[in-house]
Design a protein around this ligand. Structure first.
Ligand code: NAI
Length: 342
């Protein structure tokens, strides 16, 4: 009999609570031995009179090392710094790993897409370091460090080795941002040459890379890029396999890991009960696999396998949410998965 493993649960904003509830129900029905530690962040925290990124939530993740997180809203053009950015930086979750795969029952322009985006998660243009120099002149700083780039490069190559993937492609714009992207590229190339020379490696200037991605995504395997490019390319890639409802993700550091979908809080559909919980569910499966690698608990592994088989079967048999052309709502899809658990 396994013990129960504590997992921090941050439900998030907008569709976050809806999809989180569905995912918790599925993980429980699959027999995953988890004890949920509910913590606040984002607007939900503000509503309770707390900081937008409460210290107690950060401490809980540091203590338990694993979290499942729903999306958190960030105001546009004003207001507080993104909760997601704060969480990733404060916990040093420097690697975002985002698998993008075709799914049976989700027809798209391309079949057999199977790539992984590795996004540097703590530096780059996404740092949000901005200054108004004088009225009418604002600068936004792009931060690139050798240490930050070498560690994400190493993580990407290690991922390729461990998962027996084929190749790393780096997206960059070092022809224009010669110093910042230049340093990124140089640092990745050094790690490749010094430590992983046997792994096939190439580079793409990001604009041409995006064009090639939409022309034929099956030509790509593992993609590595700085934070902001990773943000944009993740959504682009999601669009190639059925949309934001089907792309999961993890934010991983040396100690802690936070699993969350690529999508945001989707205010346009929040509260309607129609959001697709699959991306967060897939993130939950990634979390179970991560936990299994750490604790070797077969019950965790069995739950992950059972959930994956169940959602694949549900999709293949036409049980889908509206974003994928189906007729199920959030709860309906959760029930369709639970019904197929073995
Ligand atoms: P979004 O990902 O929330 O939504 C984009 C479009 O995709 C919308 O039409 C939405 O309805 C749809 N969509 C997203 N997830 C879906 C799902 N699970 N099922 C069905 N349809 C889905 O992106 P948007 O609108 O740019 O951002 C909304 C808010 O989310 C912003 O405040 C943003 O800062 C935040 N955000 C948070 C993220 C996080 O917590 N990791 C990531 C991305 C955005």
């Amino acid at each position: 009999m396994s013990s129960k493993y504590p997992v921090v649960l941050i439900a998030g904003d907008g569709i976050g609570p809806e999809v989180s509830k569905a995912v918790v129900n599925i993980l429980e029905a699959a027999g995953a031995p988890l004890e949920w530690i509910a913590c606040d962040a984002g607007l939900a925290a503000l509503d309770k009179g707390k900081e937008v990124m409460p210290e107690e939530t950060l401490e809980a993740v540091k203590k338990h090392h694993v979290a499942l997180k729903g999306p958190c809203t960030t105001p546009v053009g004003k207001g507080f710094t993104s909760v997601n950015v704060q969480l990733r930086k404060k916990l040093n979750l420097f690697a975002a790993i985002r698998p993008v795969r075709s799914l049976e029952g989700v027809p798209t322009r391309y079949e057999n897409v199977d790539m992984v985006i590795v996004r540097e998660n703590t530096e780059g243009l996404y740092s949000g370091v901005e200054n108004e120099i004088i009225k009418g002149l604002v600068t936004s700083m792009k931060v690139v460090t050798v240490d930050g780039t070498e560690r994400i490069a190493r993580r990407a190559f290690q991922y390729i080795q461990k998962r027996e993937r084929e190749k790393l492609t780096v997206f960059h714009k070092a022809n224009i941002m010669k110093m910042s992207d230049g340093l990124f590229l140089k640092s990745v190339e050094k790690i490749h040459q010094d430590e992983f020379a046997e792994i096939p490696y190439d580079t793409q200037i990001i604009d041409a890379g995006c064009m090639k991605l939409v022309q034929d995504p099956t030509k790509f395997d593992v993609l590595l890029m700085e934070n902001f490019y990773g943000d944009v390319v993740s959504d682009l890639a999601a669009g190639l396999v059925g949309g934001l409802g089907v792309v999961p993700g993890s934010n991983i550091g040396f100690e802690d890991a936070v699993f969350e979908a690529v999508h945001g809080s989707a205010p346009d559909i929040a509260g309607k009960g129609v959001a697709n919980p699959l991306a967060l569910l897939m993130s939950g499966v990634m979390m179970l696999n991560h936990m299994y690698e750490t604790n070797g608990d077969k019950q965790i592994h069995a739950a992950a396998e059972s959930i994956k088989a169940a959602y694949n079967k549900a999709l293949a048999e036409g049980d889908k949410t509206g974003d994928l052309g189906g007729s199920l709502d959030t709860d309906g899809f959760a029930k369709a998965v639970i019904k197929r658990l073995t």
